[in-house]
Design a protein. Structure first.
Length: 88
């Protein structure tokens, strides 16, 4: 179990943290193997981030699957990153 995971479980993710996490998912550079799943399924996020987390959950089957991710869903995740960054 990663120390980073424990630290993230104790605090809510800010918009910047969530944008970074979505970006890492798209790049395949998550901090630990289940980081994306922890975020979309039960991640503790600030209220301003919750709607974006739910949208990521909705997009998950299209981007977190064997083979290629759906290009439109990937573009939507990029839009979410930009929207989250705009909140800060």
């Amino acid at each position: 179990m990663s120390f980073h995971w424990l630290a993230r479980k104790k605090k809510s993710l800010s918009p910047t943290d969530a944008a970074d996490l979505v970006g890492r998912f798209l790049e395949g550079t998550e901090l630990y193997p289940q980081e994306w799943n922890d975020f979309i399924e039960a991640g503790r996020v600030e209220p301003a981030v919750e709607g974006y987390r739910r949208e990521c959950y909705r997009l998950d089957p299209m981007v977190n699957r064997p083979g290629s991710a759906d290009p439109a869903a990937v573009e939507e995740l990029r839009r979410i990153i930009a929207a989250l960054r705009a909140l800060t």
